[in-house]
Design a protein around this ligand. Structure first.
Ligand code: FES
Length: 179
């Protein structure tokens, strides 16, 4: 298996791979395994951006990258996870946000609900939540017990707001640039 290919392990919380540009700042802050391609153009490094090929993330898998020293989660959601995210009543949310509002349209102008991209940092005190855990099938922060749903929205526990969607855009049909 190439080091830049996802592992075939559906039960793994995270996979680590990089395509395209990765920031120097991000790689320097690695405290956990990360496969990264280095030696990119200086302007890319200065901009603090990363490019991620969504097509490399299989359904049900999550990619974790570092961006400006923070983990970024890229989850390829299953149809069940998407249905759960879309069916939530806004009145049930502490930080009301539709699932659609947390996604970015591709080059064709349409939003693909399969891919959720967010900063993987708990909005309580900054721990890194664990995927496919918690009462809402999304993420669970073990530090003080915050539960996030499959859209990364806070549902239970002390975190005040949803996990943050970073600024990103599509470079082409499958590649996004974060930052
Ligand atoms: S840091 Fe996540 S619940 Fe406190």
């Amino acid at each position: 298996m190439s080091e830049n290919q996802p592992e075939d392990g559906s039960k793994r919380d995270f996979i680590f791979l990089a395509t395209g540009a990765v920031t120097a700042a991000g790689a320097a802050a690695v405290g956990w395994p990360l496969v990264a391609q280095m030696g990119k153009a200086a302007d890319t490094l200065a901009a603090g951006s990363i490019e991620i090929d969504l097509s490399k993330v299989a359904e049900g898998q999550q990619l974790k990258m570092l961006w400006r020293g923070k983990p970024v989660f890229v989850r390829h959601r299953t149809p069940k996870e998407i249905a759960e995210a879309e069916s939530v009543d806004m009145a049930d949310l502490k930080d009301p946000e539709t699932d659609d509002a947390r996604l970015v349209a591709g080059p064709n102008g349409a939003v693909d609900p399969k891919y959720l991209v967010m900063v993987g940092v708990c909005t309580h005190f900054g721990c890194v939540p664990v995927g496919e855990q918690g009462d809402y099938d999304g993420w669970y922060c073990p530090c003080h017990g915050s539960h996030y749903d499959t859209s990364g929205r806070i549902r239970k526990g002390p975190a005040p707001t949803n996990m943050v969607i970073p600024p990103y855009s599509f470079v082409n049909e499958t590649v996004i640039k974060v930052g």
